[in-house]
Design a protein. Sequence first.
Length: 410
Amino acid sequence: MKIGFFTDTYFPQVSGVATSIKTLKEELENKGHKVYIFTTTDPNAALDEEDIIRMPSVPFVSFKDRRIVVRGMLYAYLIAKELELELIHTHTEFGAGMLGKMVGKKMQIPVIHTYHTMYEDYLHYIANGKVLRPAHVKYLSRLFANHSTGVVCPSERVIDTLRGYGVVSPMRIIPTGIEVEKFRRPDITEDMKNALRQQLSIDEDQPMLLSLSRISYEKNIQAIIDGMPEIIAAIPNAKLVIVGKGPHKEKLEEKVIDMKLSEHIYFVGEVPNDEVAIYYHAADYFVSASTSETQGLTYTEAMAAGTPLVVEGNDYLNTLIDDPSLGVTYQTDQDFAKTFISYAQQQIPSDPEVLRRKMYEISALRFGETMLSFYHDMVAYYETAELAKETEQTLEKFKVRLKSFRRTGE
């Protein structure tokens, strides 16, 4: 199968969506399929990229590190036609996603869409929420999804939200898989973990809590910081390490100083991709209070590294964390500290069998298999729908001719 991915974000831009697309591309190609990326121009992109088609773009108004396609319909169509694409998979509702829709319609091929982002959690970034409202998100999301052959939902939360919006296109829950071996990393030794902890001034016997994400308001890292005094009262030597960059970092650093927690909370900043796994392995617990995730790849990355999770729950996470050895979820921000203290005090050992089972569930291999199955189902669905449409049009033409014949006979 020849497949075109249409996305406004791809490497060298780093994001969960870009990582998901790259992972899926590699898995599909491992199975003998051909995948082409239709995406934005980028000043940092290499000039000799294979199978990547870049279309004119500009920085997005509220996220200057992201770009959006502004033109290129004819260009994209001519290339897609030359490549003889059989299916299009869009990964954005904006520029490149709209192009993918139009190209698919012109070529008369199925268009699958993945709903990656819960936009209602991000409206404050656009004119402080004064331009786009939840009602606009609902209308636009419904319009885009209902003009897709089928919709991929990374979690139960997404599919429930889209049903609430009035989406009637076929939908399937397919969590994004990860390249498990990149995070299991048996090559990471105790000496390497201890060396990192020493850099962070964390002794071997001190519990290390790790927060790793984009540092933005909706990630709710402030709730983790708010819970630290209670944790420190029960576990005096606990340390929180915050990895990442983002627009909320400076405010959180000021908050830590105001709360006099500088000895217990350390901001690392952004770290290279190949070092991320070392942080997961060096940590004793991965913590998060985010409620904006459609699923969150950092959760499965930490799990692959064998690091237990203490995270705010949702339908996806409550299913993902199905054994105490993997971690625990809590319900509200106020529950974080007491849940963490209780879980840490239990000292639940790792269960190799549970971890082995979970590795397949979160793997890129399973991700590719389930996505490919959905593709095949949607191709069949599209062909059936097109046949029904053609039959209906033929019947309408027949009715018109029959009426004309009757009038002539009269």
